[in-house]
Design a protein around this ligand. Structure first.
Ligand code: ADP
Ligand code: ADP
Length: 226
């Protein structure tokens, strides 16, 4: 099964800048895929389009075969997104943030409570459940973003620079968490400009540069060529 299929995707921003020049790539179910590239290459634009935060100019995006453009929410239900910037209500309590999110997906209150506890424990935030999110450290906020993206149990998790600005210890524990999640069947796509991060985690990589995919291969093949 193909988890994500992107075809001829183009993005021209309002100022006329062409950030994506018709890119195509696929990510298979179960894969751990890195979209790698220098700053300004188009990584966030690509993920922004997949997560419906940015409008595409043209092209096609499918998630588990469901067109992102279709009226149904099927594509969106398969997808969990962790953007770079924190975007939760800073006054809402940590646990309530997850319960509210579960509500958006029609998950019952009882189930929402159970899942919140599960993911907060997994990500080391259970002790903070009654705190407003603004009182969390940067690393905790990032973990809360991940917990929130998982509460509806998407088959595909997309993270934009998940470990940017995160200290080495937390980076390692986030890597472990993501590896475990991937091993349990969740397809993961992340963007990074650290080759080391892609190397430690990912089986396939796409390298993007100035709006063009310049390489798409397995991590193993890439390392043999370096
Ligand atoms: P769209 O083409 O998707 O409608 P716009 O071109 O209108 O997007 O820009 C969306 C927002 O991004 C605007 O608020 C704009 O100020 C901001 N923006 C403009 N240039 C950049 C840039 N180089 N990087 C990041 N954000 C930018
Ligand atoms: P990356 O995530 O790889 O660093 P981005 O997708 O954020 O790259 O940006 C790709 C290019 O598009 C950059 O040159 C950036 O300045 C430009 N860009 C991003 N957002 C906007 C915007 N809203 N308006 C105009 N240009 C933008």
């Amino acid at each position: 099964t193909t988890a994500l299929s992107i075809k001829d995707l183009r993005k021209v921003y309002g100022n006329g800048f062409e950030a994506l020049k018709g890119i195509s790539f696929e990510v298979q179910e179960g894969d751990f895929f890195a979209l790698l590239g220098p700053n300004g290459a188009g990584k966030s634009t690509t993920l922004g389009i997949v997560s419906s935060l940015v409008n595409k100019t043209s092209g096609q995006v499918k998630v588990f075969g469901y067109d992102l453009d279709s009226q149904s929410d099927k594509a969106k239900c398969e997808l969990g997104v962790v953007p770079q910037e924190f975007n939760f209500n800073m006054f809402e309590k940590v646990e309530d943030i997850l319960i509210t999110q579960a509500g958006y997906y029609g998950i019952s209150a009882g189930e929402a409570k159970q899942r919140s506890e599960f993911y907060l424990r997994k990500l080391g935030l259970w002790d903070k459940r009654d705190e407003p999110s603004r009182s969390l450290s940067g690393g905790m906020k990032r973990r809360l973003m991940i917990a929130r993206a998982l509460v509806h149990q998407p088959r595909l998790l997309i993270l934009d620079e998940p470990t940017a600005g995160v200290d080495i210890e937390l980076r390692r524990s986030m890597w472990e968490f993501l590896q475990e999640l991937n091993a349990s069947g969740t397809t993961i796509i992340l963007t990074t400009h650290y080759l080391e991060e892609a190397e430690s985690l990912c089986r396939h990589i796409g390298i993007i540069d100035r709006g063009v995919i310049v390489k798409n291969s397995s991590m193993r093949d890439l390392l043999q060529q370096l």
